[in-house]
Design a protein around this ligand. Structure first.
Ligand code: PAF
Length: 253
């Protein structure tokens, strides 16, 4: 696995002969990798000749500075997992390399990004779409892989790729869960012992078949601070805080 820290280094590599006749699969991440990310890498490896994974904690998508400061960073362990998982390239750019413009230029979507997580996290999806567009333009993959846990994010990225005529296939990948049903997420690392014990109830409530309004009440009773439980796009989606940790999940409606 080749680790790449600078845009210049990557551009030189990408222009070189090693990509000739091989498709490139790309998995963008913010690190603190878990089995969910590794499932994206496995799929990317199955479907492509070469794979690249980025680890970049994107400041532009954090509407809360404390949340950005707290976000788990486990780069050495991530690199080991990716190496063992067979990734060909690990991209770890600095924020100054990704935002030479100081985030003066950004991508916004004006409908779906306003709902659900977007309604509660102002600017979040502008940050996501902008960094994903920058990464896709740099990496130039044939396919890019996104987990369905962030279902709204997946839809917005897919919509952006269509709207801006990007030459990449956006591939959705199913949610990977812990044995107790909790959707895998880097943020799970931030849960205290008690919170971790309660966390699987988010999925239990979502799949309980109760009316949506009752689900919100049930979550509150269990100790969550529910943000939303809504049905859209053939999915039932929820976000709720446990202490300081915001969890999201979704299931087929
Ligand atoms: O899903 C994530 O980890 C991030 O939102 C992404 C797509 C890597 C953009 O920073």
């Amino acid at each position: 696995m080749i680790a790449v820290n600078s845009v210049k280094q990557w551009r030189t590599l990408r222009a070189g002969g090693r990509f000739a006749g091989k498709s490139l699969g790309f998995v963008p991440t913010m690190g603190a990798l878990h089995e969910g990310h590794l499932s994206l890498l496995r799929r990317a490896r199955r479907e492509n000749g070469l794979t690249a994974v980025s680890v970049f904690v994107n400041p532009a998508q954090f509407n809360d500075k404390e949340d950005l400061a707290r976000y788990p960073r486990t780069l050495a362990a991530d690199a080991e997992l990716l190496k063992a998982g067979g990734a060909d390239f690990l991209l770890v750019p600095a924020a100054s390399e990704i935002y030479p413009d100081g985030y003066r230029y950004r991508v916004s979507e004006n409908e779906e990004s306003r709902a659900l997580c977007g309604a509660r996290r102002p600017g979040h999806f502008d940050g996501v779409l902008t960094v994903v567009l920058k990464l896709l333009n740099l990496v130039k993959p044939d396919r890019a892989y996104f987990g369905e846990k962030d279902y709204q994010q997946y839809r917005l990225v897919r919509g952006m790729a269509e709207a801006l005529f990007l030459d990449v296939k956006i591939v959705p990948c199913p949610i990977v869960r812990e044995p107790d049903g909790l959707a895998m997420s880097s943020r799970n690392l931030l849960l205290g012992e008690e919170e971790r014990a309660i966390a699987p109830a988010l999925n239990m409530v979502l799949t309980s078949g109760a009316p949506l309004s009752r689900m919100k009440k049930a979550l509150a009773k269990l100790g969550f601070e529910p943000d939303y439980v809504e049905e859209r796009w053939g999915r039932r989606l929820a976000a709720a805080k446990l202490g300081k940790v915001r969890l999201i999940d979704n299931v087929e409606a």
